[in-house]
Design a protein around this ligand. Sequence first.
Ligand code: GRF
Length: 215
Amino acid sequence: MESTHCRIVVLISGNGSNLQALIDASIHSNFKIAVVISNKADAFGLQRAQRDNIPTEVVEHKDYSDRNEFDRALMDTIESYSPDLVVLAGFMRILGAEFVSYFRGRILNIHPSLLPKFPGINTHQRALDAKEKEHGVSVHFVTEELDGGPVIAQDRVQVSSDDSASSLAEKVLEKEHLLYPKVVSWYAAGRLKLENNQATLDGSALPEGGVQVHP
Ligand code: GRF
């Protein structure tokens, strides 16, 4: 892979603020967004891409009879852009085993919690309910286990007594927007790999929580 031309495909379902962070970073970074694909035609992120003349595609699950058919259509659309990396950025569909194994080691996700805490949805409310003092974001390789692949990097925020789920989401999103472009650029530079189900950076295995970006 030529480091200046890592082609990424970004999958979204909604607002696309992480997509925006990737678009902004790509101007001065070592990766290029080849296409943005949404499983929802009205995802605002599609407009963000179009504003920057980035190609967009919509692959809606409701147009397919079952999950495997949808996954295959998505796979074909992705492959038609010959990407080096698939980046899930607020993509709200669970991908099947065949899809995940096809892209193994070439697909990343961002998740708004300090994994392995709070996989799944409603992470901010769950962190509040659990009276966590710290919360944050993880970027990880995607494997068959939902939000369970090897963590590459995390950043954290303090939870204050007056935080609500939405104030916490806002704080975490700020960190997400810094973290995701950074991790994608590591991958683009050939520094980040998935080897024997272990994330490695510059040839060294990363610890369980990945690189801790926050001091
Ligand atoms: C983010 O919190 C991301 O971590 C999660 O979904 C949300 C997407 O937000 N996977 P946006 O669409 O990037 O604004």
